[in-house]
Design a protein. Structure first.
Length: 73
């Protein structure tokens, strides 16, 4: 069963930023889709298996940005 989680990320300002975050987060095991939007600072992650917030945070850090929080929806 897939899960969709949205995170707030600081520092994204352009398409390159979106691609960098999407590539790092998308490389995590279990992640099937990533949508990063610089205008809103939101990153939506779809997973087929559980992925921890810490794993997402590490991937965002590797891309050079900061995960601020998980958006409750």
């Amino acid at each position: 069963m897939s899960e969709t989680i949205t995170y707030r990320v600081s520092g994204m300002s352009c398409g390159h930023c979106e691609k960098a975050v999407s590539a790092e987060v998308g490389a995590l095991p279990g992640v099937t889709n990533v949508s990063a939007t610089a205008d809103t600072g939101l990153v939506t992650v779809v997973t087929e298996t559980p992925v921890t917030d810490d794993a997402i945070r590490t991937a965002v850090d590797e891309a050079g940005y900061e995960l601020v929080d998980r958006v409750q929806g």
